[in-house]
Design a protein around this ligand. Sequence first.
Ligand code: BES
Ligand code: ZN
Length: 484
Amino acid sequence: MKHLISLVMLSLLTITLTFAQEESSSFYATMALIDAEELQKEYPNEITIIAKRRNEAAVLISEEGSHKLHGRVLVHGPGFIYKSSESQAKQALLNDNKSAAQSKMAFTITEDAIVNLAMDAINTQNIANHITELENYGTRYHTSSAGAQSAQDLKVKWETMATTFNRSDVSVRLVNHTSTPMPSVVMTIQGSEFPDEFVIVGGHLDSTSSQGNNDAPGADDDASGIATITEATRALFEIGFQPKRTIEIMAYAAEEVGLRGSAEIAADYRANNVNVVAVGQFDMTNYNGSVNDVYFISDNTDTSLNAFFKQLMDYYNASGDHQLTYSTALCNYGCSDHASWNSQGYKASFPFEASFSQYNPNIHTRNDTFSISGTAEHATKFAKLCSEFLIEVAKNDATLSTPEFEAEGYYIYTNNKTLTYQIAETSSKVESIDIYDMNGRKILQKEDIGTSGTIIMNSISSGVYVITLALKDQRQLSKKIILK
Ligand code: BES
Ligand code: ZN
């Protein structure tokens, strides 16, 4: 037994030493050529430029050199993208224009009613709670045990969310990496019609701090993004949305040390020729620093997907309860995980919290806490945008569409055993929704239904039923429904 314990301790020690060693040694990366050249002038021992192309450089850089870069980069943060080998670094310089490798899917806006339901279902308090939950790890630095724990816990949180809404089409996995001990977390919602076409949204789970990596709350960067995509997904579950395309929700590991988790995942998807039709990145969503609500990062992103995101906002957020404004901004280099997807030739967009130079000044410090904003109002806007994007790209698989009802302003459909309804303001109010079996027996009656909501019908067996809306103006609208 003693031997076993010391064996375990020895292997733990070896693992720790391996990563400690990695932290203090040199690694390959790509970065802006101008930064590489400046750094080489000032610290010739800390960096070697091994290749150049246009305004980018492949380099071998020491850990010390990367910290120097972090301190002096004109834009923000460290400003390099980690590469696992010299050939990977060189290859990356050639890879920057792989776009259009994927299917030429047309992005369309057709899911009006369900998108509005989803936006109504987004809950600001859930986002606030989740940001606080993540901040409370103290650090989620990629080599810390708290960082790894946060990934394990997020997997459980997402699994619980799926079971709460009876989703047998959802699974969650940890993705282990070679360039970091921290795993990424991936939730998959299986597409019903085109399971091989993937729609992805992600953010990074790790955090960092220039004041010491055991004090890195990372509330805005990027607990906010993780909370945003989680709440958007929960809202989709709440309204019974079932995608035709496969959706994946990703919490990437080790973004702060050179996009390591997302780089491995995107490379793996490319190597397996996975058909990813679009990727949305949510990194920093809760600091309201500028006049507009959302800023689309225009470099290292896809122009056509950016245009679609803007169309979504023109359509869904131009006026009314969910009104939002947007503009564009630049990162000037691959500043977040969207760049990993972009460099593999996938279409990616990155809606960001503020304009260039007006983003949260507390990121990468011990002061990146939820108290800076105090509410999750800003992140709520991004959760709405995230749900618009997921629904319109993946599309809803309604087993029943009811054009007659819709013409009158009554939107009602069933997915598995969830019935979802929405009633236009201008339509006559509904006194009750009644469901009859084929023998004419009333088996369910729901009153006080308000203007939107869902009815879970797990107790009703599969089959054909008649659904009736009893209207305040004394009329009845009826329709056959099939419960699967
Ligand atoms: N959330 C930031 C990216 C960011 C910061 C975008 C400010 C826009 C404005 C991200 O986590 C980060 O810090 N990225 C690094 C680069 C990465 C390749 C290590 C950065 O920006 O320096
Ligand atoms: Zn960051």
